[in-house]
Write a protein that binds this ligand. Structure first.
Ligand code: PGA
Length: 245
């Protein structure tokens, strides 16, 4: 269960407080891996609060280890700080210019530095040829790694039309299941049985009321939670639901 705090909260104090509250929930569920992906500037403090049950992730990472790249943060820096996951190719970053090629290079950089990439894929609208769009994003994301590395990648199916405040409607569990199968099949065509090792989660307007349906009906391994993860009590309830499946 992965929280994506996006550009929230406003202060480090609140970030630490919310993380501690989520930690209280997370420690009750030894069968659930909880991850909080926070703004870069909060990561170090949150790593100090982290434990086996609740791990810290970044919301992006650059694909080079060091160099003249003003404003970027490298996977080496994140790994050294104790960050273990990085979201890659989130639609909000793709809309700021991140390309499929950037995503592919970031996947390589993460794996090389023992960071687990959470690769976001998803179509803008259902009017598009969504199956081919998502399959192509998946193929591009793994284009620079061998199938043996698939086990280290998490794919998050995040259709843009179901994300955040601009969501037109939530996806249905059946739609999520269809796309999970498509992602798995796309990877199986490339890497055969290695595709079975990939973790596939769903994100987009998930909350304490629908988490259970998405996890059961969508047959996904977890959820990438945006807005609802900003309230530790709501996110705590979602962890409980994942535990009670
Ligand atoms: P949401 O965001 O849960 O607020 O829809 C999900 C995401 O963008 O990862």
């Amino acid at each position: 269960m992965i929280a994506n705090w996006k550009m929230h909260p406003d202060t480090l104090r609140l970030a630490v407080k919310n993380f501690q509250k989520i930690k209280e929930h997370a420690k009750q569920y030894s069968d659930i891996q909880t991850v909080v992906c926070a703004p870069f500037i909060y990561l170090e403090s949150l790593v100090h609060e982290s434990s086996e049950r609740i791990i810290v992730g970044a919301q992006d990472v650059f694909f080079e280890d060091s160099g003249a790249y003003t404003g970027e943060v490298s996977p080496t820096m994140l790994g050294d700080m104790g960050v273990r996951y990085a979201i890659i190719g989130h639609s909000e970053r793709r809309s700021l210019g991140e390309t499929d090629n950037d995503v592919a290079k970031k996947v390589v950089a993460c794996i090389k530095n023992q960071l687990q990439p959470i690769v976001c894929v998803g179509e803008i609208s259902r009017a598009d040829d969504y199956g081919n769009i998502v399959a192509s994003q998946v193929k591009n994301a793994v284009s620079l790694v061998p199938p043996e590395a698939f086990a280290q990648i998490i794919f998050a199916y995040e259709p843009l039309w179901a994300i955040g405040e601009k969501a037109t409607r939530p996806a249905t569990p059946a739609e999520i299941k269809e796309m999970k199968i498509l992602i798995q099949k796309t990877l199986a065509d490339i890497g055969g049985d290695y595709a079975k090792k990939v973790v596939i989660i769903y994100g987009g307007s998930t909350n304490a009321d629908n988490a259970r349906d998405f996890l059961i009906g969508g047959e996904v391994d977890g959820l990438l939670v945006g807005g609802a993860s900003l309230d530790p009590e709501v996110f705590g309830k979602m962890l409980e639901q994942a535990h009670n499946l």
